[in-house]
Design a protein around this ligand. Structure first.
Ligand code: ADP
Ligand code: MG
Length: 661
């Protein structure tokens, strides 16, 4: 495929702009798909219900131009359509004045106000609407229009050279797919709704097929990587299990067994442990580290925040106190002397388990026989942060933990390159959290309910969407809530504040105070969403709860209901949304994630996997899920086929694909 430089009308400036859009050669250009299509069809002004119209007519009077301010001009002229005389107004296109001539035919796109017979045009084209057409609209960037992109694409189409078709013949036949050429032509120049649909289906299938091929390749590569083969005396692990203050749930046991198998085999572990907030993943992590320790290796456990790292550290010390393991904490906030000492201990293998934040993976940390790396709340980390896990130690086994459960069918696809353990049900004896939906005018009732909890010496979380007042949006913030709560309870109860803008030390002090019970009401932003564990907290009140996503709300709610005490979550919102009502109906994270998926589509799921990078150009994870399922099956089969062995072009492409971790 030729360089874009050789194309007409593409200078250095356009090159840069196109590059910004991810277009670097002709193939990219041909596969730069429209993000939407407009149906160009003459509006019938009589039947008109929506305000946007496309209409053609003849200019019936000399256009007038008005300069309103320095940066605002307006052209206005009458247009005779088949049925009406309309007044057309267009802003900031003073350059059009010369070309709009009385008697010439124009097509107007814009919003009509029927009462004053005026269209405020967003676009004016010369000439009439000849026939109905479907017009592609491309994503643009400042300095390059959709029209311009269409012109470049047309130039490329003229060459009649198309990008490589990666769909194996048998699937083209099986699904009656269009050829790559037909599909690309149709996508940029649709001839009918139906044919366009076929073309898009083909392009999506190819995209998803390639995605699944990559997944399969990643999985195979990881399986091939030789990990550490250990022999672990499970009786020793059993001793720890027996010493715990609770007995493990069935799912916890199953997860531990799965991890035990992985660690014992020479296959490298690459496992995702998913389970709802409060389902008890931490103990699984601790036992995994213990197994790793028994076989003579160091482990590290990375938490997304300082607070959580401290909490895990305390938990490990506490649960393993009567066993002979050495545990260290390593965070970014440590004093350099303290840090040096710990680094030395790590390097000399005087410690077996290191708990910390991403400070665990800065360059100066030298591990000694690092055999297991665990990442807690893995969806919190960006790809890059996780990327830096590599290069340390031997080839350590890897365990990711996530509290954003994904419905299993989806998980198998998105995390197709990992093995998955799930903790589906929480430890028994827990009472379901009761979730109530309240309006701001019900505040008195909410305060009464809060008082009932406080009287029983229980603690409460209060959540606000903002830290401080904002003049842009009218939402509750931490500091006004602090005042309100102080007015209501300040005389008898202690109120604390926690948010992301505070210094780490302050945050820690507040958290500790809440943990010890010397703070009764903790007012916070979503910084407490992650992992904090205070069993005596039995109520969570979330203000302006409609502002939060479903998963975020579920995560927040998971901070309560952590003991056998009855817990409550009160969602305050003046707007009732479907999201909020889902929460009042279920506590099951898997169901909630399914609902979230239904309501919001794929964005979030992939957000968690890919930290915002768009994976698909065309396919939508949710809408095209059935295509994805086929693509997955086909990719798995094709990967094993004889044909793939000789498909060097595809192999080359897969090699280029990056590791998702
Ligand atoms: P998460 O999965 O959100 O990380 P944690 O591991 O923090 O959950 O567990 C939440 C709470 O449940 C902790 O206080 C933990 O001690 C407790 N817990 C874990 N497993 C059990 C169990 N099998 N029975 C009773 N309590 C448990
Ligand atoms: Mg946790």
């Amino acid at each position: 495929m030729t360089d874009l430089r050789e194309m007409k009308g593409i200078g250095e400036k356009s090159l840069l702009l196109l590059k910004k859009l991810g277009i670097e050669n002709e193939a990219d250009l041909l596969e730069y798909y429209p993000f939407r299509y407009d149906l160009i069809k003459k509006s019938n002004l009589k039947e008109l219900r929506d305000a946007f119209v496309i209409i053609d007519g003849v200019v019936a009077g000399v256009p007038k131009i008005f300069y309103i301010y320095k940066n605002l001009s307006k052209i206005s002229f009458p247009l005779q359509t088949e049925t009406h005389i309309l007044n057309i107004v267009i802003f900031n296109r003073s350059y059009l004045k010369q070309s709009i001539k009385v008697g010439s035919c124009l097509t107007i796109f814009g919003k009509i106000d029927k009462h004053v017979k005026t269209i405020v045009a967003s676009e004016i084209r010369f000439g009439p609407i000849l026939k109905e057409s479907i017009e592609p609209v491309y994503h643009t960037t400042n300095g390059i229009s959709s029209m311009k992109i269409a012109q470049f694409i047309d130039q490329a189409l003229k060459k009649d050279v198309y990008p490589i078709d990666f769909i194996p013949k048998e699937y083209v036949e099986k699904y009656h797919l269009l050829s790559k050429k037909e599909s690309i032509l149709e996508i940029h120049h649709p001839t009918s709704q139906q044919k366009l649909k076929q073309a898009l289906r083909r392009a999506k299938y190819e995209e998803l097929f390639l995605f699944m091929m990559k997944m399969t390749e990643l999985k195979e590569n990881k399986m091939m990587k030789i990990g550490l083969k250990r022999s672990i005396a499970f009786t020793k692990v059993e001793e720890v299990i027996q010493s715990l203050p609770f007995s493990l749930t069935v799912d916890q046991r199953k997860s531990i067994e799965e991890i035990y198998k992985d660690l014992s085999s020479e296959k490298r572990m690459n496992r995702l442990l998913q389970g709802d907030v409060g389902s008890g993943k931490t103990i699984v992590a601790i036992l995994s580290m213990y197994m790793n320790y028994l076989s003579g290796y160091q482990s590290c456990l990375m938490a997304p925040t300082e607070i959580l790292a401290h909490q895990h550290y305390d938990t490990v010390l506490n649960l393993l106190s009567s066993f002979d393991v050495h545990v260290a904490l390593l965070t970014g906030k440590m004093k350099s002397k303290e840090r040096r000492e710990i680094l030395e201990k790590i390097a000399n293998k005087e410690v077996d388990m290191i708990i910390g934040t991403h400070a665990l993976f800065t360059d100066d940390v030298i591990y000694n026989n690092l055999g297991l790396v665990i990442t807690d709340e893995q969806h919190r980390f960006g790809v890059n942060q996780r990327g830096s896990l590599k290069n340390k130690g031997i080839t350590p086994d890897v365990l990711y933990m996530s509290a954003t459960p994904i419905p299993r069918t989806y998980a198998l696809t998105i995390y197709g390159d990992m093995d998955i353990s799930s903790i589906a049900s929480p430890p028994s004896g827990r009472k379901e959290i009761i979730t109530l939906l309240k309006k701001e005018e019900d505040l008195k009732e909410v305060l009464t309910r809060m008082l009932e909890e406080l009287k029983q010496n229980h603690q409460i979380y209060v959540i606000a969407p903002l830290v401080e007042e904002s003049d842009k949006i009218d939402l509750e913030n931490v500091y006004t809530l602090e005042k309100k709560m102080n007015r209501a309870f300040g005389k008898y109860y202690k109120i604390g504040v926690l948010h992301g803008k505070m210094k780490a030390k302050e945050k820690e002090e507040v958290m500790n105070a809440f943990q010890e019970g010397s703070i009764d009401i903790l007012i916070s932003t979503t910084v407490i969403e992650v992992g904090i564990n205070v069993a005596n907290a039995t109520m969570m009140v979330i203000f302006d709860s409609y502002r939060f996503g479903l998963s975020a709300l579920h995560q927040l709610r998971g901070r309560v209901g952590r003991s056998d005490l009855q817990s409550y979550c009160i969602l305050i919102s003046n707007y009732e949304t479907e999201r909020l009502s889902v929460l009042t109906k279920t506590n099951d994270g898997f169901k909630i994630s399914e609902e979230d998926f239904r309501l919001r589509g794929s964005g979030d799921l992939f957000g968690s996997r890919q930290s915002g990078t768009q994976v698909f150009k065309l396919a939508n994870f949710k809408e095209d899920f059935s295509i994805l399922k086929h693509a997955k099956e086909d990719a798995c089969a094709y990967y094993k086929s004889e044909e793939f062995k000789n498909n060097f072009v595809l192999k080359e492409l897969l090699k280029k694909s990056e590791d998702l971790d």
